[in-house]
Write a protein that binds this ligand. Sequence first.
Ligand SMILES: *[C@@H]1O[C@H](CO)[C@@H](O)[C@H](O)[C@H]1NC(C)=O
Ligand SMILES: *[C@@H]1O[C@H](CO)[C@@H](O)[C@H](O)[C@H]1NC(C)=O
Ligand SMILES: *[C@@H]1O[C@H](CO)[C@@H](O)[C@H](O)[C@H]1NC(C)=O
Length: 349
Amino acid sequence: MLQPPSPISLLFLLLLLFFFISPITAANVTTLFKEAPQFYNSPDCPLVVIGQEDSHGLCSDDGVHVAMTLDTAYIRGSMAAILSVLQHSSCPQNVIFHFVSSASANVSALRATISSSFPYLKFQIYPFDDGAVSRLISTSIRSALDCPLNYARSYLADLLPLCVRRVVYLDSDLILVDDISNLANTQLNDAVLAAPEYCNANFTSYFTPTFWSNPSLSLTFANRNPCYFNTGVMVIDLSRWRLGDFTSKIEEWMELQKRMRIYELGSLPPFMLVFAGNIVPVDHRWNQHGLGGDNFRGLCRDLHPGPVSLLHWSGKGKPWARLDANRPCPLDALWVPYDLLQTPFSLDS
Ligand SMILES: *[C@@H]1O[C@H](CO)[C@@H](O)[C@H](O)[C@H]1NC(C)=O
Ligand SMILES: *[C@@H]1O[C@H](CO)[C@@H](O)[C@H](O)[C@H]1NC(C)=O
Ligand SMILES: *[C@@H]1O[C@H](CO)[C@@H](O)[C@H](O)[C@H]1NC(C)=O
């Protein structure tokens, strides 16, 4: 005897139809995220004054300004990162997000995705002309891992409004488990930026023998004590950056790299050429890095000794990809509570 379909299976069918027929399919199933809870300031938070010409509160000096890139490949990571920032902030309503997306991305779709999960978020999306930066990236090092949006962090001083004087830049493959204002308030003294610094890493290896054997180039690091640093977590004084025109200085190194190969990787070495040895080190608790695992064998990594304020899945593996593949690393469980993807209908496969 023919049974009428149960309401549950009908609903499932409808959803399937919706995914396959509605134009939202084109905008990608991965854009379907849950709404995050609303987060409120504690009573002693400074009031973020909203000026007349600044109706989004985007210019407040009392706010914590956070910059991230936004693209479809990493959006699940970005959503988790945003949630983690808000959840651990004592003044979440004072956190202002500045997202940089590729100029070719559908900005209104990205805006809608963010707004539907975070209806109360103060944010702005800035289109980044990745065509312009593509011309600066030497073709020999261009790869999937080195997309032009990786270079957006070098252009924050130009992309963000002049009234934003300090920003925390964050990668999309991390979560915070501590109050971001502690990171944002890092004493910069006279420095332009603060970042987690690793003086045990072999600094020499980031640049080619061509670079080191040319005195006019290697003298760049004379009178400095340069160390490798991570550009995935940075506090940047944008006013000083603009005054010193550091964007042009980074671009000059990229131009040189096009003519003669002076380094191996993409966006990091120009940053090191301009800033290494002159940065303020950020406590390593703000970059428990490498959780993406071993780049060659895909092995899981453990936490480094010491306290944890930020977990960073740097490296090839990403927690959302490993979870989808049913091969999570043990520490990926720490990322799961921040995942906003609507669970039962992940139709990626
Ligand atoms: C969905 O997103 C993935 C990852 O960015 C992309 O490769 C794919 O083309 C997208 N699918 C559609 C239908 O837009
Ligand atoms: C951008 O996304 C919106 C949905 O948010 C859609 O209506 C629009 O057609 C898209 N535009 C392009 C050019 O794909
Ligand atoms: C650092 O790297 C350079 C170039 O890759 C290599 O020649 C040198 O031996 C390394 N130094 C140490 C201490 O490992």
